[in-house]
Design a protein around this ligand. Structure first.
Ligand code: RRO
Length: 313
C-alpha cells in the first residue's frame, strides 16, 4: 500500500503536503478550503499581535519562472488565527496544524507565545524568523546571535511544540553557524526556505520597478528558487539533530519536485507559489504525481527514500 503519510515530533499526518505560510491562508474562508482539501495540514498566515493591512499595492507580481512579493505581513491579528485553530481542534481532535507567528520585535513574539502557551492550543507554532518585507526590520534568521537570544527567551517558558521558518542561506559556513544555534534548542522542526529576499524585477517598457513597496525590492518564490531550497533542506538535514524534522518549501510545482525535496531530507512539504496559482487542487495533483514516481521506483512510504540523496563517487 502506497502512503504519503509522515510524522513530525510524534504527530501523524496522513499526507506530507500542505500550504506554505502566507499563501491562501489569511482568511477563515481560505483556511476552511484547506481543511476541506487533501492537504495533510495547514499553516495560517503569519500573525502579529494586532491586525495589519501590510504594504501598499501593487505588492505582488509574477515572472516566467517565479513569484515576487512584498506583502508586508498583512494579517488579521493573532486572536483571529488562535480562535480559528482552537475551534478546529475542537471539531477535529487529534489533527495537528501550524500557527505561524511573525512579530516585528522579540517582545511581540514573546507576548504572542505567552498567549498561546496559556491557551488550550495543542498544535504546532511555526515562528517566522525570515520575513523579508517589513521596512526597517531585517530578517532575524540572518543574525545568528539574535536567533539564539530569541530561542533562549522562547524556550525559557514555552512548553508546546514549536519550529522556526528560516531564510535561505548561501554559504556552507552559514549552514554550520545556524545549525549550531538551532541544535541547542528542543525544536520540533525547521521550515526552509522562506522567499529569497530582496530581489528586483524591472519593467523594460516603463523603465520602472514592478511593485511599490521598498523601492521595488521583494522576495522571490517559485521554480527559480528550487535549487536554493533543495540545498537548504539538504544542508540542514545533514547538520541538525535528528529529532528536529526538516520541512521543505521552495519551488515545488510537481511530484518530481516533491520527490527531490524528500530525497534531500524533507519530512513535510509546503507548497507556496504553485498553490497560489492552482488552489487546493494542487495537493491532489502533486500527491498523484509523487505517488506515481514512488510506485515506479518501488517505494511504499516516504521514509523509504527520505534523506537518501547520493553523491557522485
Ligand atoms: O507578508 C510578507 O510580505 C511575507 C512574509 Br511575512 C514572509 O515571511 N515571506 C514573504 O515572502 N512575504
Amino acid at each position: 500500500m502506497l502512503s504519503l503519510a509522515t510524522e513530525i515530533a510524534g504527530r501523524y499526518f496522513a499526507s506530507c503536503l500542505m500550504n506554505a505560510a502566507g499563501i491562501r491562508c489569511q482568511s477563515r474562508r481560505d483556511l476552511d478550503a484547506l481543511v476541506q482539501s487533501s492537504a495533510g495540514a495547514y499553516v495560517t498566515k503569519s500573525a502579529t499581535p494586532a491586525p495589519r493591512s501590510g504594504n501598499p499595492a501593487p505588492r505582488m507580481a509574477t515572472f516566467p519562472n517565479g513569484s515576487f512579493n512584498s506583502m508586508g505581513l498583512p494579517n488579521n491579528g493573532l486572536a483571529y488565527y488562535l480562535d480559528y485553530v482552537l475551534a478546529d481542534e475542537q471539531k477535529r481532535p487529534g489533527k495537528t496544524n501550524f500557527l505561524s507567528l511573525a512579530g516585528t520585535s522579540l517582545a511581540d513574539n514573546l507576548a504572542m507565545l505567552h498567549q498561546i502557551n496559556d491557551s488550550a492550543y495543542t498544535g504546532f507554532v511555526e515562528l517566522n524568523l525570515s520575513c523579508p518585507n517589513v521596512p526597517g526590520h531585517p530578517q532575524t534568521g540572518y543574525d545568528f546571535e539574535a536567533t539564539r537570544q530569541t530561542l533562549e527567551a522562547v524556550f525559557d517558558f514555552y512548553q508546546k511544540p514549536l519550529g522556526v521558518k528560516l531564510p535561505p542561506y548561501f554559504d556552507l559556513a552559514h549552514f554550520d553557524a545556524i545549525a549550531a544555534v538551532l541544535n541547542q534548542f528542543p525544536l520540533s522542526f525547521v521550515t526552509t526556505i522562506n522567499s529569497v529576499g530582496n530581489g528586483l524585477l524591472v519593467n523594460v517598457e516603463t523603465e520602472t520597478v514592478v511593485i511599490k513597496p521598498k523601492g521595488g525590492f521583494g522576495g522571490i518564490g517559485g521554480a527559480s528558487v528550487k535549487p536554493t531550497a533543495l540545498a537548504n533542506v539538504r544542508a540542514l538535514s545533514q547538520r541538525l539533530n535528528p529529532a528536529i524534522a526538516v520541512i521543505g518549501v521552495g519551488g515545488i510545482m510537481s511530484g518530481k519536485d516533491a520527490f527531490e525535496h524528500i530525497l534531500c531530507g524533507a519530512s513535510m512539504l509546503q507548497i507556496g507559489t504553485q498553490f497560489g496559482y492552482e488552489g487546493v487542487a494542487v495537493f491532489e495533483r502533486i500527491a498523484k504525481e509523487l505517488g506515481d514516481i514512488m510506485l515506479l521506483k518501488g517505494y511504499s512510504s516516504i521514509d523509504d527514500f527520505r534523506g537518501k540523496l547520493k553523491t557522485l563517487a
